[in-house]
Design a binder for this molecule. Structure first.
Ligand code: SAM
Length: 293
């Protein structure tokens, strides 16, 4: 089987199967062996690893993952790609394709089912490597981070502009609830910047590969993670408003309560939500938690 890392090989397999590329499903197939190699190296895979892939597409990255990992479970939504994957992954019995929507997948459960309980909640930690479909980057990252899954590391290709948001500091335009969630659960690192030209078809934006390594202990102490993220979402709810107005607008509590909570937390109500650090969000949420429980 010819590697899928050249424009001619990609076009050939698409033509042979009469496949229609669906841009609405974020189908931009990676065809650059060097970028694939960078992704694999930064994931630090061994033959004892279980790796999930979201959206295997034609199977270019999946094939390379299967060479380095013990087991690969690739979740693909587009049913029309399944016969192609059957062909491109035929030499790799350790790569399994599951048809479904990654946003709805319980990764721990699937890991348990596929490995007889060796991986998953009570079992070993697993990894996730993917060239993500960009129309769902934020919801899929939130699902992976806040789903309580036993994930050790994620290496993902995403839009460059979203990659900037993951590492953003308070006060800037890129800082938002995604930055807070990523920095609370993981240590984000930039692996590579990727030009549009290495994809077929080329996407509209530049991309980046980032690595998110799960923290053993969060950088701030929160009494309730659920409430912490509710407060964070509320604070970023209306970006041009003051913190007090955003929090009040969220409906979590009335204006009077928020004024008291902010006073007790020592946070100026006229500030904007996007200026708060992780520490300040944690403090605010903990004071609010005491108040409502
Ligand atoms: N991994 C391949 C590569 O690097 O060439 C394809 C990556 S392409 C950017 C994204 C893939 O995700 C496509 O194959 C698309 O069909 C699939 N996809 C889109 N939405 C999905 C979803 N909700 N769940 C799982 N896969 C999805």
């Amino acid at each position: 089987m010819r590697e899928l890392t050249s424009p001619s090989a990609v076009r050939e397999i698409i033509r042979a199967h009469g496949f229609k590329v669906r841009k609405a499903l974020g189908q931009n197939f990676l065809m650059d062996a060097n970028i694939i190699e960078k992704i694999i190296q930064s994931a630090h895979l061994t033959d004892r690893d279980l790796v999930f892939e979201i959206g295997p597409g034609l199977g270019a990255l999946t094939r390379r993952l299967a060479r380095s990992a013990g087991t690969v479970i690739a979740i693909e939504l587009d049913v029309n790609l399944l016969p192609i994957l059957q062909e491109t992954l035929a030499d790799f019995p350790n790569a399994r394709v599951v048809h479904g929507d990654a946003l709805k997948v319980d990764f721990d459960r699937l890991a348990r089912e596929q490995t007889g309980g060796a991986f998953g909640q009570q079992g070993k930690r697993y990894k996730l490597v993917a060239n993500l479909p960009y129309y769902i980057t934020t919801p899929i990252l939130m699902h992976l981070l806040t789903g309580g899954f036993n994930l050790e590391r994620l290496v993902v290709m995403i839009q460059k502009e979203v990659a900037d948001r993951l590492q953003a500091s308070p006060g800037g335009k890129d800082y938002g609830s995604l930055s807070v969630a990523v920095q609370y659960y993981t240590v984000p690192e930039m692996v590579a910047r990727v030009p549009k030209t290495v994809f077929y078809p080329a996407p509209d934006v530049d991309s980046a590969v980032i690595r998110l390594t799960r923290r053993e202990v969060p950088p701030v102490k929160v009494t309730s993670e659920e409430l912490f993220f509710k407060v964070v979402r509320a604070a970023f709810g209306q970006r041009r408003k003051t913190l007090l107005n955003s929090l009040t607008g969220s409906g979590l509590a009335d204006r009077e309560t928020w004024l008291e909570v902010l006073a007790e937390a020592g946070i100026e109500p006229a500030r904007r939500g996007e200026t708060l650090s992780l520490q300040e969000f944690a403090h605010l949420a903990n004071v609010f938690h005491l108040r409502v429980h």
